[in-house]
Ligand binder design. Structure first.
Ligand SMILES: *Cc1c(COP(=O)(O)O)cnc(C)c1O
Length: 346
């Protein structure tokens, strides 16, 4: 299977921008090649366009080859690149399974690429594999799967993921933004055997670095080559690369403990919310948030805002009408939420 069959012809032909730092890759005494300012500010030099040091570190952490990694300004950058590498505007489409993360649709809308939807199975929010495969056409170049799914919180079944990756006739993206909160294994284990697979992960959630803007795409090297051709040359700034390296060195050992703390808080919130008369249904979560269908979504949302507590209203989203998405916070924040809900009177 050659992924070039799904790449837009203009991208296959593209001669990428050759930056000064991509033309000369060694180290030298004197750099007069990039019109940089020679006075040291700490940031007067352009950063490594391919983030080699950081990729080595992430490769070791994830058990992949550095050539199988793209790093972006959040995984949102990877989503945007995927649409622009594979989908011809006004001709091709992406396939998404609502209710899911909104950026797939927005990236397609910006690129003038159509969006085909096959809603998840009601209540259990699993992909309807036969319907998805039936909806696939030569134009549906990319299938976006989100597992654990935002905003429903559940994992997709490993069997469904495996069948879709093997049978979908195009690129399959598995967005694993919440994988560190899940007990299910990552789809990274299929990276070497599935040429059409792209796995997205991020430093924004379990690592607590949403403000840093650092997302990862893992794919066969042949796919990553296209990301590198299309991305802005210096898409990841020096400060992000340095900070990520420092945090990986200093805080990687603490990560499992922090995740365990959040999971314990999730469980505590779960138990309390199940017992709340305001909650009609609480969906099982494998992420750092809970989705609850509540008795009076607008009124409860507005009341919480007045109490200084912001949750995400998903009240008008198909298949999860009347629900609120609640991120697991610090113990005191969760206590405040629960206390506020107890005091709510319709
Ligand atoms: C939060 C989230 C992301 C993360 O995006 P970043 O750009 O890396 O911050 C990606 N996908 C999903 C489904 C998310 O919920």
């Amino acid at each position: 299977m050659d992924i070039r069959q799904w790449v837009r012809p203009n991208i296959l032909r593209l001669v990428p921008y050759a930056s000064a730092r991509s033309e000369f890759k060694g180290t030298a005494q004197i750099y007069l090649d990039a019109n940089e300012n020679p006075f040291p500010t700490g940031y007067n030099r352009y950063p490594d366009p391919l983030q080699r040091v950081l990729k080595e570190r992430i490769a070791a952490l994830k058990g992949v080859d550095p050539a199988q990694i793209f790093l972006g300004n959040g995984s949102d950058e990877a989503i945007d690149l995927i649409v622009r590498i594979f989908c011809e505007p006004r001709q091709d489409a992406i396939l998404v399974l609502p209710p899911t993360y909104g950026m797939y649709q927005v990236a397609a809308d910006i690129a003038d690429v159509a969006v085909v939807t096959v809603p998840l199975e009601p209540e259990v929010f699993q992909p309807r594999v036969a319907d998805i495969l039936a909806a696939a056409t030569p134009q549906t170049k990319v299938l976006f799967l989100c597992s654990p799914n935002n905003p429903t919180g559940n994992n997709f079944s490993p069997a469904a993921l495996e069948e879709l990756i093997h049978s979908f006739p195009g690129i399959v993206v598995v967005d694993e933004a919440y994988i560190d909160f899940s007990s299910q294994p990552s789809c990274l284990r299929w990276l070497n055997t599935c040429p059409n697979l792209i796995v997205l992960q991020t430093f924004s959630k379990a690592w607590g670095l949403a403000g840093l803007r650092l997302g990862m795409a893992f794919a066969p090297a042949a796919t990553i080559d296209f990301f590198n051709k299309v991305k802005p040359p210096y898409n990841l700034n020096q400060l992000t690369q340095e900070t990520a390296l420092r945090i990986l060195a200093e805080e990687a050992p603490a990560l499992p403990g922090r995740v365990a703390n959040l999971l314990a808080e999730r469980e505590r919130l779960e138990k309390a919310l199940v017992g709340s008369p305001l909650v009609e249904q609480l969906y099982p979560s494998s992420a750092n948030f809970l989705l609850a269908r509540v008795t009076a979504p607008q009124a409860i949302y507005q009341y919480l805002v007045e109490q200084g507590i912001i949750v995400r209203s998903r009240a008008n989203v198909q298949l999860i009408e009347g629900s609120l998405r609640i991120t697991v916070g610090l113990p005191a924040e969760n206590d405040a939420l629960l206390a506020a809900l107890q005091n709510f009177t319709a």
